[in-house]
Design a protein around this ligand. Structure first.
Ligand SMILES: [Cu+2]
Length: 334
């Protein structure tokens, strides 16, 4: 072996331990190769399909790479001269049949498995008299998620849902907005929020807790800040929350104003209204406009320069919540 060949072999040999060392963390849970642990039947179907396909992926990889290494060693040049041909072999019917039928069987197995799982992933389970589905309208907007419950309650970015109930999501975006994508990995696959069109997806959370996700379609400057979360509560607790929130919303005391601020305004103007978080947005702290509900209404509905018309289609309740919050929070520069 010449010195140059030896030094060329040294690099892959050195890289191997590093590769092996990184394999374990790469496989470990969230952020690795594995999907997050599923918490809803549809996410379970996706996860199982993933692992089923992975079995074949790993088997084929190991087979091909071991044969490659074996052939490199077994058929190396040895003392043959550089221009001497290797043995000319062709026409092994048995081998050719095997490598044709093998992949066909693998693809058929994957197709059958995935097609069998698909209805359980995609189709919203039918509601029964005893347990009706909860239908929530999910609207993707630059750069927040808006949820509307059947009783009119509006919430931003964080969706609350009852444990064990099928939650049917009608996912959309306003016609003047752009495409977003709803995705909470533990609760199912992603689904596009397309302007003017309603896509349906669902989940039925198996346990309580907070499950996080993020807009999965590049939607503009603040796409990375377009986070989403689903907080799953015990059923009774959820029902209480929904009615209490409805009463608060009607009375103008719900946290909707704060949620709109955090989800809508803060992503440019800052959580403390300090400004310049994105798009060179001005500070709101101490700004004169925060006390002028009428001017805010016009600004939010029409936009100005880089400021988008974030409240173009907001209901009066939303606008009141927003103007009220801005005034309370930022008037007087405190
Ligand atoms: Cu988005």
């Amino acid at each position: 072996m010449t010195a140059s060949v030896r030094s060329k072999l040294l690099l892959p040999a050195g890289a191997l331990p590093a590769l092996l060392a990184s394999a374990a963390p790469a496989f470990a849970g969230s952020g690795g190769f594995a999907p997050v642990s599923p918490q809803s039947p549809n996410a379970e179907g996706i996860s199982r399909s993933y692992w089923f396909v992975t079995i074949f992926v790993v088997a084929v990889f190991v087979l091909v790479e071991s044969l490659l290494l074996a052939f490199i060693v077994r058929f190396r040049r040895r003392r043959r001269s550089r221009d001497a041909d290797g043995a000319q072999i062709h026409g092994s019917t048995r081998l050719e049949t095997m490598w044709t039928i093998g992949p066909v069987l693998i693809l058929v197995a994957i197709a059958v498995f995935v097609l069998a799982k698909l209805p359980g992933i995609r189709d919203v389970p039918a509601a029964t008299a005893g347990s009706p589905n909860l239908v929530v309208k999910v609207t993707g907007r630059q750069y927040y998620w808006q949820y509307e419950y059947p009783n009119g309650v509006i919430a931003i970015d964080e969706l609350r849902a009852p444990q064990g109930t099928t939650v049917e999501l009608e996912v959309t975006a306003p016609v003047f907005d752009v495409i977003h994508s709803w995705w909470i990995p533990a609760l199912g696959g992603k689904i596009d929020a397309i302007p003017g069109r309603v896509n349906r997806t669902w989940f039925a959370a198996e346990r309580t807790g907070v499950f996080r996700g993020q807009c999965a379609e590049l939607c503009g400057l603040n796409h990375a800040r377009m986070l989403a979360a689903v907080e799953v509560l015990p059923k009774a607790e959820f029902e209480t929350w929904l009615t209490t929130r409805k009463d608060a919303q009607d009375a103008g005391t719900s946290p909707l104003g704060r949620e709109l601020y955090v989800g809508g305004c803060a992503k440019c103007h800052g959580l403390a209204g300090e400004g310049k978080v994105a798009a060179n947005a001005p500070a709101l702290k101490g700004s004169r406009i925060v006390t002028d509900a009428k001017a805010i209404d016009v600004l939010l509905r029409k936009g100005q320069n880089l400021m988008p018309a974030i409240g173009r289609d907001w209901s009066d309740a939303q606008m009141r919540a927003m103007t009220g919050y801005l005034k309370e929070r930022f008037a007087g520069g405190n």
